[in-house]
Design a protein around this ligand. Structure first.
Ligand SMILES: NC(=O)c1ccc[n+]([C@@H]2O[C@H](COP(=O)([O-])OP(=O)(O)OC[C@H]3O[C@@H](n4cnc5c(N)ncnc54)[C@H](OP(=O)(O)O)[C@@H]3O)[C@@H](O)[C@H]2O)c1
Length: 224
């Protein structure tokens, strides 16, 4: 399997480490990914900044190569999913490729049921990341809000080299439930992204179009 790794920064370098022994091409500022250079790869993994990834989406679609997108902080073009389905191309995306995040998703879905039993309750979500993170709130915080599907105030903090900390709190007059996820190493994102890349290369039952990693893993764990 020939893999194109886009970005060799904090996260991309963990992907490169994990792919030791595989045939890989690394793209960065000194080796910009173009349609011609991407040709011949079986799968592409991106940990480029979101705006940079967004600018090369047309070339990625034209290449017809499956893409694992870890880049965050941009809006998906409205017509992209349709184009990918039309051209029978499979992509997997996630704002958080941690495999444990899927278990957290199920817990958040359970917390949604608070509305059935509590008359008075309030949710709050706090996320902490390193100072170079460009987007706020994080893509993961926005995913948690979507999974909760109830009003929640999101606050964020940028400090030191924090890889990613998310905490969801359910507060009622007489009890508090706190759910937190702390990323201890960027390897967790690399592991999930490489898992997704191998899946794209081997599992032809993955639907054409833009697939969320959560859906892929939920199918694997039979949560859906
Ligand atoms: N989905 C997830 O699980 C997850 C986890 C962590 C991070 N992320 C996201 O992944 C992205 C990257 O994060 P990071 O912390 O690894 O970033 P980073 O350390 O800043 O690395 C960025 C990489 O992109 C390359 N790059 C920047 N501009 C470029 C351009 N115009 N053309 C080609 N290459 C360019 C850089 O090249 P040089 O090496 O040449 O400077 C560098 O290798 C962010 O969007 C972040 O939010 C996602």
């Amino acid at each position: 399997m020939k893999i194109a790794v886009l970005g060799k920064g904090k996260t991309g370098k963990e992907v490169i480490d994990l792919l030791q022994g595989h045939q890989i091409t690394v793209f960065d500022r000194s080796n910009i990914p173009t349609l011609v250079k991407l040709k011949g790869h079986d799968v592409i993994i991106s940990f480029l900044p979101g705006d940079v990834f967004m600018s090369i989406i047309p070339a990625l679609v034209d290449s017809k190569i499956p893409v694992v997108c870890g880049s965050t902080g941009f809006e998906w073009p409205r017509t992209l999913n349709f184009k990918l389905k039309d051209q029978k191309i499979r992509w997997i995306y996630s704002s958080n490729f941690s495999l444990g995040m899927n278990l957290v998703q199920q817990m958040i879905i359970t917390l949604n049921r608070a509305q059935k039993i509590f008359g008075e309750y309030q949710f709050s979500l706090h996320e902490v990341h390193h100072t170079q993170k460009m987007d706020a709130p994080s893509g993961t915080a926005l995913s948690w809000k979507k999974w909760l599907n109830l009003p929640v105030d999101i606050t964020h903090e940028r400090t030191g080299d924090v890889i990613g900390f998310h905490e969801l709190k359910l507060d009622t007059p007489n009890e508090t439930i706190t759910l937190s996820h702390n990323a201890k190493s960027r390897k967790i994102f690399a592991e999930g992204a490489v898992f997704a890349a191998k899946k794209l290369a081997s599992d032809m039952t993955i639907p054409y179009g833009l697939n969320s990693f959560q859906d892929i893993i939920s199918d694997e764990l039979k949560f859906r």
